[in-house]
Ligand binder design. Structure first.
Ligand code: EPU
Length: 421
């Protein structure tokens, strides 16, 4: 298991480019299952989660080649309609194959994903939505078995604007007979990327970027070539790296509007952020950041995937702040590890209260999940002395060679391939 060794306390300065969005790619790959033939996805990040999704679709019979950020997927030979536990347990997003397999082939058997590192993450909205489209669904031996001759359009109201349920139901509804309305749909940019891809494939989706999606089902879709949007969470993490170290960092190749809630919070904390076109620059030189409260919410609210990074930042800010996660109420496994670096944080219910203004100092810390790992790296960059971040395979699921990007900005960080647990 690889680890990072960070010699912290260095201001980060310079320019770096963000990659393609993990959570968009994880929806775009299954979307190709809706048509027969070859689709190309450009600007794809080289991430472990992407490789996991490719392994799954290859298991279904897709021929997939991944070169230089482009994935070519030929779906003509899809013959297996089952996503086994071995794949799904590695990555919950595997459940995205449910909607497209069912819509195109009339059958899908997909393992139930179970819990995750920070608590329950149900998929009831995916299942209830598919039932509304006329699917028969049985839960047998830990598997969802879904069948339907042809899905029928219907009105579906989500109690929560779930990203995954919106994605899965969109992919199912595009081939259903008649009209489907998804009300209170997720508006995350990754969903917009997916909906635009589906329209490129011949789907008829209206209301993209709004919470009400109207879908007119079509009989057939064709393959499409599509660009993956930039990764707003990677970009946000790099901006916070600039802010937490008191440096000046420009992140290029992004859509700053996808990051507006994070940029606004950074500005409130006292650092300056300028952005235009496809880049954003945080300038924190000489600034002592102030404590700023954050509450996560569905897009365009503050993303839960930037919650852990904000807690790391608030550990060095002046004053007391509260960070509340309304999306994942238990997503705080980074807190005890940040405490090892000297952060003073108390978690109560779904809020963390951070007493800032502490000098962090290096220590050994353990990654527990993807975004938790990112917060530990940020803590290590701000801390004086040597920090070891263990088990960075979690980080590698969602950040493409993060250490290279941080080095480019002047960080002293090394990946040590090794065996320490
Ligand atoms: N929810 C339900 N029932 C459902 C589905 C969701 O109650 O059927 C609840 C969840 O428990 C959660 C809320 O709805 O409280 C939102 O969950 P959502 O379905 O939106 O999350 P997801 O689709 O499972 C995606 C991202 C996550 C990100 C969340 C929230 C992908 C592959 N994953 O997950 O990304 O945190 O949306 O924005 O797109 C990450 O990248 O680190 C990550 C975890």
């Amino acid at each position: 298991m690889d680890k990072f060794i960070i010699n912290g306390g260095k201001k980060l300065n310079g320019k770096v480019k963000a990659g393609g969005a993990k959570n968009a790619t994880l929806a775009l790959i299954p979307a190709t299952l809706l048509a027969s033939g070859t689709s190309k996805l450009f600007n794809t990040p080289e991430l472990n989660d992407v490789y996991t999704m490719l392994k799954l679709v290859r298991h279904l019979g897709v021929q997939a080649d991944f070169n230089d950020g482009t994935i070519e997927l030929d779906t003509a030979g899809v013959s297996v309609l089952e996503a086994p536990y071995e794949h799904v347990k590695k990555m919950r997003a595997s459940v995205y194959v449910l909607g497209p397999l069912l819509a195109r082939h009339g059958y899908a058997k997909v393992s139930l994903p179970g819990g995750c590192a920070w608590g329950p993450r149900p998929i009831n909205l995916h299942i209830e939505g598919l039932k509304k489209l006329g699917a028969n669904i049985d839960l047998v031996d830990g598997y969802i078995i879904a069948t339907a001759k042809r899905l029928q359009g219907n009105r579906i109201n989500f109690d929560i604007p779930s990203v995954g349920a919106t994605g899965n139901l969109l992919m199912a509804a595009v081939l259903a007979k008649g009209e489907t309305i998804l009300n209170n749909a997720a508006m995350e940019p990754e969903i917009t990327n997916l909906a635009m891809m589906l329209n490129e494939m011949g789907a008829k989706i209206e209301g993209i970027e709004t919470p009400i999606l109207h879908i007119q089902g079509v009989d057939m879709l064709k393959p499409a070539d599509v660009h993956t949007i930039p990764d707003r969470i990677e970009a946000g993490t790099l901006l916070v790296a600039g802010a937490i170290t008191g440096g000046t960092v420009t992140v290029e190749g992004i859509n700053p509007l996808h990051l507006y809630s994070v940029i606004a919070k950074l500005e409130e904390s006292g650092v300056s952020v300028t952005y235009n076109g496809d880049s954003a620059t945080v300038n924190a030189a000489g600034v002592t950041p102030e404590a700023i409260n954050v509450t996560t919410g569905p897009f365009p609210g503050y993303p839960t995937d930037m919650q852990a990074q904000w807690i790391a930042y608030m550990s060095v800010a002046e004053g007391v702040s509260t960070v509340t996660d309304t999306i994942y109420r238990d997503r705080f496994t980074h807190v005890p590890e940040l405490a090892r670096l000297g952060a003073m944080i108390e978690v109560k219910d779904n809020s963390a209260v951070i007493k800032g203004g502490n000098k962090l100092s290096g220590a050994k810390v353990m990654s527990t999940d993807l975004r938790a790992s990112a917060s530990l790296v940020l803590g290590g960059l701000a801390a004086h002395g040597r920090t070891e971040v263990l088990r960075i395979y979690h980080l590698d699921r969602g950040y493409q060679r993060l250490e290279e990007k941080l080095k480019q900005l002047g960080a002293e960080i090394e990946r040590v391939p090794g065996s320490e647990y």
